[in-house]
Each structure stands twice: as structure tokens, then as C-alpha cells.
Ligand binder design. Sequence first.
Ligand code: 3H9
Length: 690
Amino acid sequence: MEINEVTSLTREGDIAVLAIDSPPVNALSLAVRKGIIDALKHAQDDAAVKAVVLLCEGRTFIAGADITEFGAAPASPNLYDMQDALLAATKPVVAAVHGSALGGGFETALTCHYRIASPSASFGFPEVHLGLIPGAGGTQRLPRLVGIEKSFQLITSGAPFNAKQALEMGVIDELTGENSLRADAVAFANKIVQDGGPLRKIDDIDDKVVSARGKPEILETLLKDADRKIRAAYTTDYVMRALDAAANLPVAEGLALEHQMFFELMTSEQSAALRHVFFAERQVWKVPGLSADTPARAIGTVGVIGAGTMGGGIAMNFLNAGIPVKIVETNQPALDRGVETIRRNYENTVKKGRLSQEKAEARMALLSPSLQLEDLGDVDLIIEAVFENMDIKKEVFGKLDAIAKPGAILATNTSFLDVDEIAAATSRPQDVLGLHFFSPANVMKLLEIVRGKETDPANVATAMALAKRIGKIGVLVGVCFGFVGNRMLAQQLREMKGLILEGAMPWDVDRVHLEFGFAMGPFSVADLAGLDLGWSRETSTGSTIQEILCEMDRRGQKTGAGYYDYDENRRPQPSPVVEELILDFAAKNGIARRTISDEEILERCVYPMINEGAKILEEGIAIRASDIDVVWANGYGFPRSRGGPMHYADTVGLDHIVARLESYQAKLGEDFQPAPLLKKLATQSKAFNA
Ligand code: 3H9
């Protein structure tokens, strides 16, 4: 029987199967909530029904509350009404899980009397990634099954766990066959009926929490032992309070506190920003003009030119995905070094227990080192990662044109250069594009996919699909100096260098960035990357602080000193030498230093970046504002809880940004001139991410 457009109820003997079919992930939308309530009522009223199985069609069990509803006016019936209906059922309800039971989906299963799952199913509370805590009973019911310690770990990490672990922890009652969930669930329900199984409510179980009652030291120790990320997360305090309630309060009071804290978090700016990033990271894959029908090419083998840090890291992405890689260098020692580094990286992962020896060897076996560019004649995709110099790149692409098989994709990993000019060095510009990986390339999630003016849409589609296959977030961008990320970064670099001459110190600038939420300040990042990138003693003009630092052999962390002094544990200390150098340099250049406020540091580093983002949007270099946010959140450490630079601008207000830019423009010049799009949106009281 169809209950509504997303729910149905089917009788199988004594058992009613309540099926939800609400693609893509069966989120708990209004229709789903209503459907479940109505279906339960039918099952309840039908004397022939002895028990109910709750399951989902499609690729997954309920993956959570419907996040698109957050922030909008609440619609009735809400999730609690639906859970009340489940809790009030007088016939056993069995949740049968496949795919993922996440967040509100998992919480729905926890209000059922029994839970079973297919072996490939997984469970979890990913709410913390959205700046939330579980808000539909998760913090009160999970501890009643697995205890306070395990709950702390699962809820603060947001990490999923598999069905086997769920069984071991007592979260589920049974594993089903992989392909027989429905039949096994009906059989399970029948058995409950025959055995006269009780209506088992988690709310009535408290032995696992009683042991933590009146012992605040348990949670305190958990927090003390948690890793830095968890200790720093602003949601952790909420989890602590919720778990404390689970241990010490009657379930109804614990639930009430949890609900109140959930709503407090849901209406926070941080959660809105994190939800924005969640949807933005899914939006990037949607490219206007490309559809599922755009033919993508098959990529079975990849060639990488250059076995340095970048080339090696790029190669690892493909090896990890089981794709054979030919890696080419110009001389044997460099090639050996490159292969050795890859091997060492895998060995380290094995040592940390995150990869089996067997898998590491299988990955290395997919790697073919070579000194001959000609060996790349049979691969489907070639990625060039040689020195960042247009003449060298053009020479390489000219050669590749003669070597690569017809239809092979030729990609450059350039960070700044004109991909169209590189493409013009070949007779097949339609097959050329940019694949801009971020260092370390085997770790960083971001991949800027640069579409040249002649790039074939099929190659764009192929690159997007490939990005997904190797676990990257692929953002399609257009050709300009530095693309999206580095073009905006140039604004920040200019200002941070200006600020230290005008009155701030590197550690002031870094502190302001840390307080804003960046994982590292820009001067610490510079020290980590090495101050001598692109610098040489022969060509050094000594005309910037950075050049002088390099000349002093203060080239960053690797030399034990850069903008900071580093101790033997690589802990940074503000450097008196650098302080003096800056003061001297400013004096010699006639710069009168003044006190610079934290507010000015932040505004001058972030607002020009936003302004550049507006130009990037206007020029069509990025498809949408949220793509820029994805670039910054995944490639440059912009705090996700600020939603990326464009979302942040929206929260601050574009009119405010324009006013501040204009004020700096009056004092400091044209670098601060607001972009036309920014001004236009501000005048119309609009936002970038409308
Ligand atoms: C919660 O439950 C709060 C409760 O504790 C308390 C409430 C009172 N809602 O990721 P994909 C969309 S908080 C709405 O590409 P996959 C997604 O936008 C929630 N939409 O698929 C995309 O749409 P489109 C806790 C959602 O196979 C499409 O589904 N739950 C939701 O790679 C496919 O998504 C979570 O945080 C949602 N909840 O991965 C789980 N989820 O096609 C969030 C997805 O238009 N979801 N969409 O771009 C996930 O982690 C992954 O989507 C999942 C599938 C693993 C399920």
C-alpha cells in the first residue's frame, strides 16, 4: 500500500514492511517523517500485523535528518513526533539497515525495538562535522548500548563504524545476508513474534551508564586523552554535557537537554558555515553543460613527468586507486630518489598500521620508473610536473605531442601559468588541461581542474570523474594567473608582507589568523614550505625581508630558522633577529611604523582575497561562489567553520566589506579598490552564495 510519495507498507504474512524510498539518501524530510507516522498507524490498526520491519529502498538506509531543512522554519510533524510514534508502537519494530545509518537515521534505528544490518552497512554520528551534536536522542541512547567511553569516542570523532563492529558493540542484534536484507528482516521479525519477544526500548536499559554515574572524572579523563583536534572542537563541550546527562539524569531530562543544545548549535554561524561547505563540496561536481551523458574517456594508465616531491605525490594518488603509473625523470639518481621517496611513504604508512605490507607492495608493483619520455606513448593520461617555467613546459608539451597516443589527455600541474599557451605548443589543444594538485599531493584533497579555451568537454568530464576516483575534490576553474586559489592567495601574501613593514610582526599576523580559525598562520606556512622557493643566491636582490632571510640562510623550518626561530622539536619562537631586521628594513625604506590593530590585520589579509574572488567570479574563472569556498577550505586551510571566504563575506555583509575596502583604498591605494561585482551585489543587498 502506498502511504505517500516516499513511503509504502506491504504485508508479508504477519509482518508489515514499511519501506522508505526517497532518493538520493532517504534523508528524514517532512514527507518521510509523515510517511513513517502514517504507516505505523496503519500497521498499528491492522490486527493482522504482528510486527513491523522498517527499511529503505535505494542505495542506503536513512542517512540523517534532511540538512536542507536546517535553518528554515520547523515543519510539523518533526523528527521527535516521528520518534514518539515509533516509541509508542505496541508491536515490535525492527530497523533493517543497509548502506549508511547516519545521524538522525541512526537515531531512528535507535528508537526501534530491534536493529539488524547487512554486513556492508555502516553506522555513525557525523553531526560534529556539521557543527552539531546528535539531536534526536543519539547522545542518550548510544551510551545506553555501548557505554560513555565508546560514545565519547564515536560522537566526538564523527567516525563511522561497520556492521560487524556494531554487532560486537551490541548496537545491532544480528547480521543479515548481504543480498537478503528484506527476507532476513521479515524472518527475524517473525521469530520475535513467535518467541513473544519483548518491546525492547533502549530508554529502559541503563546498566552501561550506571557505571559512570557520579563520576565526572571519567569524562574529564576522556577529554584529557583525546587528540588535539577533538579537544579544540567547539562541539566537544556540548558532547561532554550531553554524555554527563546520559550518565546522571533520567532519560527524559537527558533528551530535553540534548534537544536544547542541538538547536543552539543548529542556529550557530559555525554550523551554518559547515553545512554550506557540505553542500558546496557536492555542488562542485555539477558542471553546466556537462551531464551524465557527456562521454568520459577511460583512464587505465597514467604517466607522470617529474619524480620530485610533486610528481611522486601525484603518482601515489593513482597507485592508491589501483591505476598503473609510469613515472619519468631525466636522470637515474633523480628517478631513484623519487621512487625511493614513494616507497618510504608507503613504508611509513605500513608502520603506522594504516596500510598492510601486502597492499603497499601491490601499489609499488604498479609503478614503472623510466628515463624515456617515449615510454609514455601508450598511457591514457600524462601529467607533467616539471619546473614551473613556461619555456620548459612548452618544450615538454611539444615533445608529448609527438609521443602521446591519439586521444590521450595531456595535463599540466602548473600552479600559475597559462594553460592555453601550453596547449598551443601541441597540435591537439582540445586534449590539454590543467590538473593542479596541492602539496603534499597524496594528502591534500583539493584538485583544481583547469579548463583551457579549447579543452574538449569529454576531457573535462574525464578529469572530474578521475578526481572522484582518486578521492579528490575536483573544482573546475578557468585559465588565469594562479587560477582560483593562488590568485587569491597573492592578495594575502602582499598584505602580510606590507603589514610587517608598517607595524605588525609576523607572529602578530599569524596569531590573528589562528584566532580566526586557520590551522596555521601565513608566516608559519611560509617557514614550513621553505622561504627559498624560486629564490637563488645569484639572482637575489635583497629587496624584501624574505630575500634577506634567505641570504642569511634562514630559509624556514628546514634550516631551523626563518621568520621564526625553531627549537630542536621544531617549535617556533618569535625571533629577535627577525624583529630587528624588520625594524631596520622599515627605517631604511622610510616607513614610519605604527600600531596595527588585530582587526586591520584580519581585514587587510582577508578582504582583498574576497575582492579577488569577486573578480574571479565575474570573469567566469570559477563557476560559482561556493566553488571558491571549496578551494579555500580544502587547499588553503581556510576554517571550514567560517564556510570559506565567500560565505564568510556573506555573513559579514558585502556592504561592510565594500566600505572597509574603500576606507583602505583611500589610505593605501588601488589594491583595495572594490570589484564591480562586489559593489553591485552590495548595493542590491545580495550575497555571493544566494
Ligand atoms: C542529523 O541527522 C541531525 C540529527 O542528529 C538530529 C536532528 C534533529 N540531507 O554525499 P553524496 C544529498 S544531521 C539532505 O554525494 P555519497 C547530497 O547533498 C545529518 N541531503 O553521496 C547529495 O545531493 P545532490 C547527519 C543530503 O553516496 C546527495 O544526497 N547525517 C543529506 O557520496 C548525495 O550525497 C549526515 O551528516 C542529508 N542528510 O555519500 C550524513 N545527505 O545529489 C551526510 C546527503 O543534489 N551525508 N544529501 O548533490 C553523507 O555523509 C553522504 O551523503 C552519504 C552518501 C555517506 C550518506
